[in-house]
Design a protein around this ligand. Structure first.
Ligand code: NAI
Length: 274
């Protein structure tokens, strides 16, 4: 099916790379006009140029309220409105034992991963409420639903994104504005390559490392969470709000834990008559 986002206007933060770039390409292929917002000017501008007249690039830091406001305003001035906001920009952030985590590193991580999402929701709501429609999406993480899957600040921020998604959804429903999130499992991008191999360009090494620990035996590609975002973005999901959609190859099922039986069927712990 094509044209699922025909004539929709979308802002995507962190769209110069990884999941954001994959989402920009998919949404554009489905008929959307896309505003690609990122700190990285080179790849962001090149992607917009490749996509053509239905794309714009804007340099933006999601921790800056005026920058986020400018992204939304560009969507309105260039394409006539805003239908879908995708709060995707992110970093791994502070890594290490909690007792050693510097406050500045903690604050910087939360500023990008959580405050950036707050600003995206705030400014998207500003233009969506008067139109009484819109879909606001954020990229959370499996680390937003469980402990032990990411560093402390990252985990706290992503849990915050899941909570803010529900909270904002409860307020904005009255205006016809839906607020949802996608929680990807390990996906091959520059971010995971940096973390797992130390080399942001080593995508093949990263793919092998992720696939080895994946219940389905596959590593996520940027298109995988992008397809989840596509569903939540379009009118097919008109009955869905406040939801965080897992796209994680079964990571949070605990499916990598070895089975605790050998095909044998029995009842363990049943009292025996004595
Ligand atoms: P990536 O490193 O490929 O892309 C992140 C983009 O965000 C980059 O283009 C970067 O320049 C941009 N960015 C970083 N800080 C920014 C700021 N302050 N303002 C504007 N742009 C900024 O990484 P990836 O993996 O595509 O990450 C995208 C989102 O997906 C993040 O929120 C991440 O936490 C989330 N995620 C990624 C997973 C994965 O396995 N790759 C799994 C779960 C969630």
């Amino acid at each position: 099916m094509t044209d699922r986002l025909k004539d929709k206007v979308v802002v995507i933060t962190g769209a110069a790379s990884g999941i954001g770039a994959g989402t920009a390409k998919l949404f554009h292929a489905q008929g959307a006009c896309v505003v690609i917002a990122d700190l990285q000017e080179g790849p962001g501008a090149a992607l917009a140029q490749n996509l053509g007249s239905r794309a714009r690039f804007i340099r933006a830091d999601v921790t800056s309220e005026s920058d986020v406001a400018a992204c939304v305003d560009l969507a309105v001035s260039a394409f006539g409105g805003l239908d879908v906001m995708v709060n995707n920009a992110g970093i791994i952030g502070a890594v290490g034992p909690i007792a050693d985590t510097p406050l500045d590193d903690w604050n910087r991580t939360l500023a990008i991963l959580l405050t950036g999402v707050f600003l995206g929701i705030k400014h998207a709501a500003r233009v969506m409420i008067p139109r009484r429609r819109g879909s606001i999406l954020s990229v959370a993480s499996t680390a937003g639903l469980m402990g032990g899957l990411g560093p402390h600040a990252y985990t706290a921020a992503k849990h915050g994104v899941v909570g803010l998604t529900k909270s904002a959804a409860s307020e904005l429903a009255q205006y016809g504005v839906r607020v949802n999130a996608v929680a990807p499992g390990n996906t091959v991008t520059a971010m995971t390559a940096s973390l797992l191999t130390g080399d942001p360009s080593d995508h093949e090494g990263t793919r092998q490392r992720i696939a080895a620990g994946s219940p389905l035996g596959i590593a996520g590609a940027p298109e995988d969470p992008a397809y989840g975002l596509l569903y939540l973005a379009c009118d097919e999901a008109r009955f869905v709000t406040g939801h965080t959609l897992l796209v994680d190859a079964g990571q949070t099922t605990g499916g990598t834990i070895p089975a605790f039986h050998n095909g044998e069927v029995r009842l363990i712990g049943a009292p025996t008559a004595s």
